[in-house]
Design a protein around this ligand. Structure first.
Ligand code: ME8
Length: 532
């Protein structure tokens, strides 16, 4: 079996995760499930990034020791991912005992290779981002990443010599077109950071103690980004007594990160790997953000929405559908209650749920619930539907291979619409009347058409149920159950097989998978959540 290693960022466990933060997890989980369905031996890593001044400060605010604080926070993250049915293989914590010595070894190696040297750092420091910036990097005197206030700081520190690797990095970008997705992020890195000249990166701090001490100079703690980025290696046992998993899964196949941390993952991370003489990940996928109408989601603005609030009222699958559909890879998505309710009512209820319901009720009415045998010779209308069905799979697979999930999801709904249109084209209720009619000549032809239409509808719904499985598994199960198909035997490769439709009996009374929401009430409800 071919391996597939995929990672999310490790989150700062310093507050409740809103839908923006949950997005990356849902995205990665969906890719993981898809790859699993396609027969890959996958390993998904997620976790928390527990060191650094920000965490030390937060713990103090709560009157706790940093470790006590992160223990509580890490459990909250685990609980949320459980509620969201995120099927990761490992939950990484940077306070884990194997991680600390492994990072210390990495640091000492860089030091002995001359990649890290001792100097003095003076610069503009953004506390929430734990990053230093030069004067020219500031935007309107504020942090270029988060827009918050920065302060001038000076300390003895160790530096990583980034310049040494900048040509090699550019060459790597050039010779590995799949390394950065989407493509425009590469130019952003080259034009904004590499071409103007890479600054050496300050990789230690003495201003706080909650971090991993440098082995050979313990008054310094290792900069949180060096500590954090290397989690992708140490989680697999790199630099430990047992590195079997590392040997099996490294290099990562896709590492998924949000746009604000693109610079760390597209510049510093590959350089660290080059310095360690390790292969680079095949792809780093940078996603955009969920915004609100009035800009960033933030507690102080009172415009935050949390995933569990949507899940509790609308279910996990509807929430995931919305998240995945609404952020195109290369631009931000905007969360609005109106759009959420529209997508629920139009896409999930009108398009998907009604398609299943209409079909189940027709099969019951015309054939007592048994999907009819069909002679296998498609008429013109059915042929065109069959070729669209094949095309739908190809289009979906192409988008998934480029990790364009929003497009992949949309392509399924194009196919749902196509199938709904087929019902109107064929008008089975007219065929049914003609089958019962007087005209002996057309009777058998119409009977065959009616059979074929029911068969094709069931085949398409089965296909849709399989295609949505990577992100809407409960809905997929529900749909298959109503069709009378056992979801246990479903694999991606069975998409093109219609064998298991033969002789199936659909549920006697169809159950709507999504019920229409009252738009006014629900929009008000979601708005009230955002104000709390
Ligand atoms: O950056 N929409 O952690 P973090 C989409 N610990 N994604 C969003 C978002 C939004 N509105 N807000 C945040 C860190 N994110 C580091 C990572 S990895 C070695 C260390 C995303 O908790 C953000 O882009 O601040 C990032 O990918 C993730 O949430 C975690 O952010």
């Amino acid at each position: 079996m071919e391996k597939f290693y995929l990672t999310t960022p490790i989150y700062y466990p310093s507050g409740r995760f809103h839908i923006g933060t949950a997005y990356c997890e849902v995205l990665t989980d969906s890719i993981n499930r898809y790859k699993k369905m396609r027969g890959f031996d996958t390993f998904m890593l997620t976790g928390v990034d527990e060191h650094g001044q920000k965490i030390e400060d937060k713990a103090k605010e709560d009157g706790l020791e940093p470790k006590q604080y992160v223990d509580i926070q890490a459990n909250k993250a685990i609980e949320l991912w459980k509620q969201m049915d995120i099927r990761y293989n490992k939950f990484m914590r940077t306070t884990d005992d194997y991680h600390i010595p492994a990072v210390q070894k990495i640091f000492e190696r860089f030091l002995s290779q001359g990649d890290i040297y001792k100097g003095e750092y003076e610069g503009w420091y953004c506390k929430p981002c734990e990053s230093y910036f030069t004067e020219t990097q500031l935007v309107d005197g504020k942090c270029p990443d988060c827009g918050r206030e920065v302060s001038k700081m000076k300390e003895e520190a160790y530096f990583f010599n980034m310049k040494k690797y900048s040509d090699r990095l550019l060459e790597y970008y050039d010779s590995h077109p799949d390394f950065i997705k989407p493509d425009f992020r590469k130019n952003e890195m080259i034009n904004n950071f590499i071409k103007p000249g890479l600054e050496d990166l300050c990789v230690t701090r003495t201003s706080f103690s909650w971090g991993i001490p440098v082995l050979s100079d313990p008054k310094h703690v290792i900069y949180v980004w060096l500590d954090a980025l290397t989690n992708y290696l140490t989680a697999l046992g790199y630099n430990s007594d047992n590195d079997e998993m590392f040997k099996k899964f490294w290099p990562a196949d896709v590492q998924i990160v949000g746009k604000d941390i693109a610079r760390f993952h597209l510049i510093y991370w590959p350089i660290f790997l080059m310095a360690l003489d390790l292969p680079l990940p095949k792809t780093i996928l940078v996603h955009n953000w969920f915004m609100m109408k009035d800009g960033k989601m933030s507690k102080s603005k009172g415009n935050v929405i949390y995933p569990e609030q949507l899940i509790d009222r609308y279910g996990l699958d509807a929430t995931k559908y919305y998240l995945l559909k609404e952020i195109p890879l290369a631009s931000d998505g905007v969360f609005t209650p109106e759009e959420f309710v529209d997508r629920y009512n139009f896409d999930l209820c009108n398009d998907l749920s009604n398609l299943l319901n209409r079909t189940v009720s027709m099969v019951n009415k015309y054939y007592d619930g048994y999907v009819p045998e069909y002679n296998g010779v498609p008429n013109e209308v059915d042929s065109s539907l069959e070729s669209d069905a094949k095309q739908a799979i190809t289009t979906f697979e192409e988008y998934m291979s480029k990790y364009e999930i929003a497009n992949a999801v949309s392509s399924i709904w194009t196919f749902v619409s196509r199938t709904n249109k087929y019902i109107d084209e064929v008008s089975p209720w007219i065929l049914a009347k003609e089958v019962d009619g007087e005209d002996e000549k057309t009777k058998s032809e119409k009977a065959e058409k009616l059979k074929s239409s029911m068969y094709h509808l069931i085949a398409n719904i089965r296909q849709i149920a399989i295609m949505i499985r990577p992100f809407m598994e409960a809905t997929s199960d529900n749909m298959l159950r109503q069709l009378g198909i056992d979801s246990k035997n479903i694999t991606w490769d069975s998409l093109n097989e219609y064998k298991d439709i033969k002789g199936i009996k659909v549920i006697e009374k169809g159950e709507p998978i999504f019920m229409r929401l009252n738009p006014e009430e629900e929009i008000e409800y979601i708005k009230s959540l955002m104000k709390k």
